[in-house]
Design a protein around this ligand. Structure first.
Ligand code: AMP
Ligand code: GLY
Length: 430
């Protein structure tokens, strides 16, 4: 079967890496891809939101399976577009339609969904742009810290955690009245702050049945010890030590099952990944957010721990045949370190030559923001590489990842030095 992956990040390279290992994959294309995906499949220069060109390409190359990586095209309705065209509607696709993607595209929608279906989550109230006075009055009755969330997609920046109610009042005015996040903040949720440890759980569902992928922990801040501004993610670890079988059972019973049953009840046919951002509050799971896709860089850790044939699972998902499918998960540990351009997540330079990119047998190098220019691999984004070390325990995985990272360099390369350290401390308290 010919397969098309849509996207150009580390997530898509990791999916390409895993898909390429399947006997079911004949020819693999990635649109638009990066310098890494081009080494294992064929990059196609079509933008992720150019549905017409993607559709024409699928017909020309007889694509049997489309895997949509990022949220943008999902929220814009790539599935709805394919389903509306007679010549495209039979192509299997992993990724929900526009309505299902609202789980990620609108925090108000997803909060109402969770409340309606009894999924544990933080209490919240939504305010419209015309209700900023009510929002400010409401804040007077809230306890600090308080969480403010722009309703729409805001490139991972739409959440503000205010340490004081006074700060929250200033921020909510900026969001609602001055449209700090543009249209995304024309509605804002004021949400209760949950104290706990976060983890990401990934589910692949055909709308009725599901498999649970390996869980992961993401490191969102730019600086060591979780300091500085938020990024797309600077590292990931899988498995997560505190996600033991008791906790994961609670996640499955209280979160995953009601979520999938809820989608069905609401008449939302959902075929794709659900990424559940969870807070572990004293052993109890609460949903912080849903995403309609896999996480990045979590995917770069997760893919290395799936022993099953991913194409078999993805096609079963897209065709509504996940019933009786099982996922085999490796007992190995994976630790992913993101190497970023100096200056990220603020402004940074591109076009730096990357050196030391040789194959390693202790780690896998996934490309994110890279480009091949005249056979030289250059930086082409904020997050440039995601290096996943594999080991029999967390310490070994981390050591392997950092050993591989230390051989790669470019002018201004930056990475966090403390990925895994918090989990190693939980494993070995002093
Ligand atoms: P989100 O964009 O929803 O993933 O939120 C970004 C980050 O804000 C999350 O990864 C959490 O670290 C934090 N966050 C979101 N909601 C809450 C909450 N209710 N309590 C505590 N932290 C939160
Ligand atoms: N790493 C977080 C995300 O993909 O949203």
């Amino acid at each position: 079967m010919n397969i098309l992956i849509i996207g150009n990040g580390g997530r898509e390279h990791a999916m390409a890496w895993k898909i390429n290992q399947s006997k079911l994959c004949s020819h693999l294309f990635i649109a638009p891809g990066n310098a890494g995906t081009d080494q294992i499949g064929e990059n196609v220069s079509i933008a992720v939101d150019d549905f017409e060109a993607l559709g024409e390409f699928c017909i020309e190359k007889k694509i049997g399976l489309v895997v949509v990586g990022p949220e943008g095209p999902l929220v814009m309705g790539i599935r709805d577009y394919f389903e509306s065209k007679a010549e495209l509607s039979s192509i299997a696709m992993v990724g929900p339609g526009k309505e299902g993607a609202q789980l990620e595209g609108s925090k108000d929608f997803s909060k109402q969904f969770m409340v309606r279906h009894g999924v544990p989550t933080a209490n919240a109230r939504t305010f419209q742009a015309s209700e900023s006075k009510e929002a400010i009055r409401y804040l007077d009755d809230c306890k600090a810290p308080v969480v403010l969330k722009a309703d729409g997609l805001a490139a991972g920046k739409g959440v503000i955690i205010s340490a004081s109610i006074e700060d929250a009042k200033v921020s909510i005015r900026e969001m609602l009245e001055e449209k700090k996040f543009g249209e995304a903040s024309s509605k804002v949720l004021v949400e209760e702050f949950l104290q706990g440890i976060e983890l990401s759980v990934f589910v692949l569902t055909d709308g009725e049945h599901y498999v649970v992928l390996p869980e992961a922990k993401d490191y969102k801040r730019i600086g060591d010890n979780d300091t500085g501004p938020n990024t797309g993610g600077m590292g990931a670890v899988s498995p997560v030590v505190f996600a033991d079988s008791v906790f994961m059972k609670k996640v499955e019973e209280r979160v995953i099952k009601p979520t999938i049953a809820g989608l069905k009840k609401d008449g939302i046919a959902y075929k794709g990944f659900i990424f559940i951002g969870l807070m572990n509050v004293e052993g109890e799971p609460y949903v912080i957010e849903y995403n309609a896709r896999m996480g990045d860089p979590e995917t770069e850790a997760v893919m290395t721990r799936i022993d099953s044939d991913l194409v078999d699972l993805l096609s079963a998902c897209a065709k509504g045949q996940l019933k009786n499918k099982e996922i085999k998960i490796s007992s190995n540990y994976a630790a992913t370190i993101v190497m970023a351009s100096g200056g990220y997540p603020d402004s940074f330079e591109k076009g730096k030559t990357i050196s030391g990119l040789s194959k390693s047998n202790i780690a896998v190098t996934f490309h994110a923001g890279t480009i091949n220019q005249n056979n030289e691999i250059k930086t082409n984004g904020g997050r440039v590489l995601a290096i996943t070390g594999i080991g029999q325990n967390l310490k070994e995985a981390s050591r392997n990842a950092y050993a591989a990272v230390s051989t790669i360099s470019w002018d201004g390369a930056y990475y966090r030095k403390d990925i895994c350290q918090d989990l190693l401390r939980i494993e070995n308290p002093t």
